[in-house]
Design a protein around this ligand. Structure first.
Ligand SMILES: *Cc1c(COP(=O)(O)O)cnc(C)c1O
Length: 376
């Protein structure tokens, strides 16, 4: 089956007890055993597993062409669980990109993960530096995020995954921004693909959920499943149901996110009040060639820098009428955000940078709104 078909059918089944076409939401926390003590329908207790979670996990495994999926209550729960699942015989050293989702920096500075793991930051667009960083000391895990948040840096996934495996390290790609519609990290050689399902896969800004898809069975996957069941940072059946509802239109939505973002990048590039536009679809973007090689299209996220610094950038968001001033991304509606002030003490974003999640509204309405916001 092709991806568009899998997004609709994978993981789903007709409910055997009612023939309902849409899967029921199974809210039961526990499941009855047979008289002989066995579990007739495999389910025991909802933290261990439940039908809605299993259906979503099977669907994501199919979309990412992986071996299995483990879901969590948020993207950050997936990220922390994955790092903590590094097997005991692997060095607790993680090589990470210098531009990535800022929540990971908070995880490293403010929680046990920072105490227990040694994180090294490197410019992932420079393969020589990545190789040096991986080989400077025994490394357990190599983290990629491409395109990255919020500067849209592009990492050559195939090359970095190879450097990681040559060094005996696991590799993971945060594929939230690209989605399996545009990019397949496991096919490019990564061991794990990770999602904040909260974003494009859910697609409507109405749930929180995280997922890790594994390429093969491995000791790390076994530990990750144990982390899900024993540590218990699991998603609710309703959020799994919403995500499985959202994912059906993911391929359709991504097509419009991509074409709208591309048109807006072209528009912004020509505006005199814009200093720089970061979008991998632009031919002059430094990561364009690599993005063209590993992505089928360039995504719905972009950022741009406004002439006149932070104040001028904030003024643009203040004047926006259609673009909603909010963090997050991947919903049907367009969002605009001054990133440095959101990232706070961990900010690496330039102070005149605005991050845009381009929605699936009519592109001319979006352009008109940005035009009036930029000119005021
Ligand atoms: C939002 C996001 C996360 C965190 O996910 P939550 O669901 O908010 O916990 C991680 N990585 C990326 C790239 C994100 O955009």
């Amino acid at each position: 089956m092709r991806l568009e078909t899998k997004a609709i059918h994978a993981g789903r089944s007709i409910d055997p007890s009612t023939s309902a076409v849409t899967m029921p939401i199974h809210l039961s926390s526990t499941y009855e055993r047979a008289g002989d003590g066995s579990y007739p329908n495999e389910y025991i207790y909802s933290r261990i597993n439940n039908p809605n979670r299993r259906a979503l996990e099977d669907c994501l495994t199919s979309l990412e062409e992986g071996f299995d999926t483990v879901t969590f209550g948020s993207g950050m729960a997936a990220i922390s669980s994955l790092i903590e699942s590094l097997p005991a015989d692997k060095p607790r050293r993680v090589v990470m990109p210098d531009d990535m989702y800022h929540g990971i920096r908070s995880l490293l500075t403010d929680t046990d993960i920072g105490t227990n793991y040694d994180a090294v930051f490197v410019d992932m667009t420079d393969l020589t530096k990545v190789e040096e960083a991986i080989n400077a000391a025994p490394t357990g895990l190599v983290w990629m995020e491409s395109p990255s948040n919020p500067q849209l840096k592009v990492t050559d996934i195939q090359a970095v995954a190879k450097l990681a495996s040559d060094a005996g390290a696991y590799s993971v790609v945060d594929n939230t921004w690209a989605t399996p519609v545009l990019q397949k990290p496991l096919s490019l050689g990564a061991d794990f693909s990770l999602h904040s399902v909260t974003k494009y896969i859910g697609g409507h800004s109405d749930l929180l959920l995280g997922a890790v898809i594994a390429k093969t069975d491995s000791p790390m996957l076994a530990r990750l499943k144990a982390a899900q069941q024993a540590k218990g940072a699991v998603p609710s059946p309703f959020d799994c149901w919403l995500a499985l509802r959202g994912v059906q239109t993911l391929p359709l939505r991504m097509a419009t996110h991509c074409s709208n973002a591309s048109a807006i990048a072209d528009f912004l590039k020509q505006h005199p009040n814009v200093e720089a536009v970061h979008y991998p679809g632009l031919p002059e973007h430094p990561g364009h060639q690599v993005a063209a090689k590993q992505m089928s299209s360039f995504g719905g996220m972009l950022s741009f820098q406004v002439k006149g610094g932070q104040e001028a950038a904030m003024a643009v968001t203040a004047k926006a009428k259609l673009f909603i001033r909010a963090t997050s991304l991947g919903g049907t509606h367009s969002l605009i955000e001054h990133r440095a002030s959101l990232e706070g003490v961990h900010a690496v974003a330039p102070d005149n940078l605005l991050r845009v999640s381009v929605g699936i509204e009519h592109v001319e309405d979006l352009k008109e709104d940005l035009l009036q916001a930029l000119e005021g």
